[in-house]
Design a protein around this ligand. Structure first.
Ligand SMILES: [Zn+2]
Length: 166
């Protein structure tokens, strides 16, 4: 697939990793879950294309997200923005995928990083107009574990009911 242009991206889609709240994971773990772990579970792995692997994060061969936000607040880069993700069926080509490690409670550091990421994306993606949770577009019941609309209405500050005390 050809690199996409930044003006194709209209939507930021939030996910959670569905891991125990507060448990530390890195993007290398996510890469494993999207690759070998899917094969072990009898599923087709997500597979990045060679042209993109070579240019960006060459040690990650599977990760479907563009960004992962760790419990310590560190923002990790998965796919580059010009690379279509694998995270929301039918919406991948027009979106950027962001995954918070955890299930439905996240650290203040994670909320802070998520907010600054949104502000950064607004600067680099001229057509970005929708910020939504995965469950808004696919038949997921829970992902990302919080109400993205409520978070927007709270000026992207941490949601009290989804704040993990550490
Ligand atoms: Zn999801």
């Amino acid at each position: 697939m050809m690199p996409r242009s930044m003006s194709q991206i209209t939507t930021a889609i939030f996910h959670c990793a569905a891991t125990p709240n507060g448990r530390f994971h890195t993007i290398e773990d996510v890469d494993y879950w999207h690759g070998p772990d899917r094969i072990n579970r009898g599923l087709r792995p997500f597979q990045r294309e060679q042209i993109f692997i070579k240019k960006h994060q060459p040690h990650l061969r599977h990760v479907g997200y563009h960004f992962v936000i760790r419990t310590d607040g560190v923002l990790e880069s998965g796919r580059s923005l010009e690379e279509v993700g694998a995270h929301a069926r039918k919406f991948n080509s027009s979106s950027v995928g962001i995954c918070l490690i955890g299930t439905d409670a996240f650290t203040e550091a994670q909320w802070t990083t998520a907010k600054s990421l949104i502000l950064t994306l607004h600067d680099s993606l001229p057509k970005l107009s929708k910020i939504i949770g995965h469950r808004a577009v696919n038949e997921h019941k829970t992902c990302p574990g919080f109400d993205v609309r409520a978070w927007m209405d709270n000026d992207f500050n941490s949601l009290h009911d989804h704040l993990l005390e550490v």
